[in-house]
Design a protein around this ligand. Structure first.
Ligand code: CMC
Length: 436
């Protein structure tokens, strides 16, 4: 018998079947041959929330959750965060190799020259309510870019695809900054092509009447590192949304908007905003033990803790802690840090968290840095979406070029009624529907 196979005995029929094992996986569709009768549909696998299902082959990002390892295209995240700029890492994620000097210069030039937004897009943003959530503005505006670039629908043309990739990476900070200034009632600031990617973002966020914005280099570098850390994270919820929507051959602006919408949820990228709310609620170090007890007793979650894949310290959280120290030297220490560190200390000694292998994730400390830099919590997830756009696009392109991929269309186990008798409207029983 071949060694790399899985032998299954179907106790319903006493038939045996061998399935090939490849890359540590069996193909779910191979189970379809296991039937009780020829007309039987065949066995399915049931995996709500994809707990144990690989939906693709990918060479973009590697994670070993047990050991706390994260690599982009084979390079450890710690090395990239120390030596590279975000745009250099973006190039690596998209094209598979680090750029040489000329390649990087050209790449930076091209991204820089795609930062402007069409004036119609600016007007579109002006229509949002003054108190609209910046993430909702970002999602809607990214989708609206599909109206500005209709050629983007031609996703099978590599040149057109690349152009939209550059546009999205270039314009994301511009949209993010506009959503920020809109919520403050400030006039929008146009991009400054003399500045680096993070410094230009800071310029669009914070320039007031000065003729030229001068970004603090420590803060600009910290933002760039945070962008590197958030650039990709293999098949997370938003990337899965990008691949799923992209698999219907929707254009990249609409697929990116869908991915950003998935990111906005508090269990995913929205967690960084929730962490700050939680630290506010805790209020002081003294209140930490009772808060942890509350969580342990089943009341709520520790936001910024736990991860589907990491069952060890999230390597990004370590780098963020180090970056926080640099930022606080400029901005002064954020008092929330003390509460956060106490929370981490107590949680990591608590049986509940130890047993479940719950460690701080990327969102635990990032909000504290962002707040020290002057961002409101509502902006935190927007700051996550800017760099993650690169990961979404790298994964989207990989999906489109993968001959094995088709439109994403899971199966279901139907649990509802069948063949019911139709009732005329005057004979139907009213439902007890909860009033809003
Ligand atoms: N606080 C308290 N208990 C938790 C937490 C938490 N943060 N996370 C998981 N648990 C418990 C959970 O209740 C469950 O307990 P039990 O076995 O007794 O039912 C156990 O740990 C396993 O958790 P799970 O919900 O089955 O794990 P999951 O893989 O489905 O969820 C998660 C992963 C990230 C959604 C979850 O850990 C969570 O909700 N964390 C808080 C939100 C958060 O920080 N999200 C950011 C994730 S990292 C960055 C990103 O993706 O954007």
């Amino acid at each position: 018998m071949a060694q790399d196979t899985l032998t299954i005995v179907d106790n319903r029929t006493n038939r045996t079947c061998s399935l090939p094992i490849e890359s540590g996986a069996v193909r779910a569709s191979d189970f379809r041959q296991i039937k009780t009768a020829p007309e039987d549909f065949g066995l399915m696998t049931y995996d709500p929330a994809f707990m144990n299902t690989a939906s693709c082959r990918s060479s973009v990002t590697f994670i070993d959750g047990e050991r706390g390892i994260l690599e982009y295209r084979g390079y450890p995240i710690e090395v990239l965060a120390e030596h590279c700029t975000f745009l250099e890492v973006a190039y690596l994620l998209l094209f598979g190799e680090l750029p040489n000097e000329t390649e990087l210069k050209n790449w930076v030039h091209e991204i820089t020259h795609h930062t402007m937004l069409h004036e119609n897009t600016k007007k579109f943003m002006e229509g949002f309510r003054h108190d609209a959530h910046p993430m909702a503005m970002l999602v809607s505006t990214v989708a609206a870019l599909a109206t500005v670039y209709p050629e983007a629908r031609n996703i099978h043309d590599p040149g057109i695809r690349l152009l939209q990739i550059k546009r999205l990476i270039g314009k994301m900070p511009s949209i993010a900054a506009m959503s920020y200034r809109h919520s403050l009632g400030f006039p929008y600031v146009y991009p400054d092509n003399d500045l680096t990617y993070p410094a230009n973002f800071m310029n669009m966020l914070w320039k007031m009447v000065e003729p030229k914005y001068a970004a603090n280099p420590v803060l600009a570098r910290a933002l760039d590192i945070l962008f590197i850390l958030h650039a990709d994270h293999e098949q997370n919820c938003s990337t899965n949304a990008m691949r799923s929507v992209g698999s219907s051959h929707a254009d990249p602006y609409l697929a990116t908007a869908a991915a950003a919408a998935a990111l906005s949820g508090p269990l995913h990228g929205g967690a960084n905003e929730e962490v700050l709310k939680m630290l506010d609620e805790i209020g002081s170090r003294e209140n930490v033990p009772s808060y942890v007890k509350k969580v342990r007793d089943g009341h709520g979650k520790l936001m910024g803790f736990g991860h589907r894949v990491y069952k060890n310290y999230d390597p990004r959280a370590k780098i963020i802690k180090w970056t926080a120290e640099q930022v606080f030297e400029v901005t002064g220490r954020n008092s929330k840090l003390d509460i956060a560190m106490e929370l981490e200390r107590i949680a990591l000694e608590d049986e509940y968290f130890i047993q479940r292998k719950l460690y701080p994730n990327v969102d635990f400390y990032s909000g504290i840095i962002y707040q020290a830099m002057g961002f409101k919590p509502e902006m935190f997830t927007v700051l996550f979406a800017i760099p993650r756009t690169v990961g979404w696009l790298a994964q989207w392109q990989e999906m489109l070029l993968d001959g094995e991929q088709k439109i994403a269309r899971p199966r279901q186990i139907y649990t509802g009624h069948r063949g019911r008798q139709f009732m005329p409207i005057d004979r139907r029983t009213p439902l007890a529907v909860t009033k809003a």
